[in-house]
Write a protein that binds this ligand. Structure first.
Ligand SMILES: [Zn+2]
Length: 274
């Protein structure tokens, strides 16, 4: 599959200066699986004016209360959807990688996010599609509509399960789930995030995250290093994770046509440096 993207020239220092090569060949890159599932003609129309962008951890894709101007298809990046409370507390309710898209509520006719912010949690590439183009193609093409509807259903399960997970499961269980689901999305066992960032994502104390990682490392399941964690024994980590990991993974596999990691190289191109 080839995805063609528009390139633009921007002045030095512009936030979008890393926009991209005009062509992405998925034989050599980790593709977005929603795009892979589209018929070629539909995909080419949707991507006709798309741009590629490289994001760094912490980059905001959409903000609470601001109109959405584009939707995003992660390729090698991973994005957190954070629910923002009145005192500024941010709690992650979903993780989105190459299996999905960011801004799916645009398909429901609304372009405002009243309570959520989308933030890059792992750096890398995503494809940016103008919201008008996205909605036009939703109206024009049958497969995109059906695919986005299926993805929305899986994401709803993901969000509701995450809410229950935060309320009922331990930091160690949630940490294990999070490492696994992020590893699935970047197709590497090297998850490059600091303890501090993990604590924020899990809405837990940093000391609790450090303690849980130390326990997992003591069991030989993971190896921590500066700025990241490497999964050593995946099956053992799955046994440590709460049931939420399997519930969410199985819903994506049931509703979406491509099993994550089934057909692509087991190497990621993550550029996170936190
Ligand atoms: Zn859980």
């Amino acid at each position: 599959m080839t995805v063609r993207c528009r390139t633009k020239t921007r002045p030095p220092g512009d936030k979008l200066r890393d926009e991209m090569p005009a062509t992405v060949t998925t034989a050599t890159r980790t593709p977005n699986q929603l795009l892979v599932a589209l018929p070629t003609l539909e995909r080419d129309r949707l991507m006709a004016e798309a741009m590629s962008r490289f994001v760094e951890p912490g980059d905001v894709l959409y903000e609470v209360g601001q109109p959405l101007t584009a939707v995003y298809f992660p390729v090698t990046s991973v994005v957190s959807i954070l629910t923002i409370l009145g005192d500024g507390t941010a709690v992650e309710t979903a993780t989105i990688g190459r299996e999905g898209m960011v801004g799916v509520f645009a398909s429901l006719g609304d372009d405002l996010s009243p309570n959520a912010r989308a933030v890059a949690q792992m750096g890398g590439e995503l494809l940016v599609v103008d919201i008008r183009r996205f909605r036009h193609e939703l109206r024009e093409t049958g497969r995109l509509r059906a695919l986005v509807d299926d993805y929305t259903r899986a994401l709803l399960i993901h969000v509701s399960q995450s809410v229950a997970c935060s309320a009922a499961h331990s930091v160690r269980q949630r940490l294990s789930r999070w490492l696994l689901q992020t590893s699935d999305r970047v197709t590497t066992d090297d998850v490059r995030l600091t303890h501090e960032f993990l604590a924020g994502i899990l809405h837990a104390r940093r000391a609790s995250v450090t303690e849980a990682l130390g326990e997992l490392q003591g069991l030989g399941i993971v190896r921590t290093r500066r700025g990241g964690t490497v999964i050593i024994e995946r099956a053992a980590l799955e046994a440590e994770a709460c049931e939420c990991y399997d519930v969410i993974r199985q819903e994506y596999a049931r509703l979406l046509p491509v099993e994550p990691s089934a057909t692509y190289p087991a190497t990621g191109t993550v550029s996170s440096t936190v």
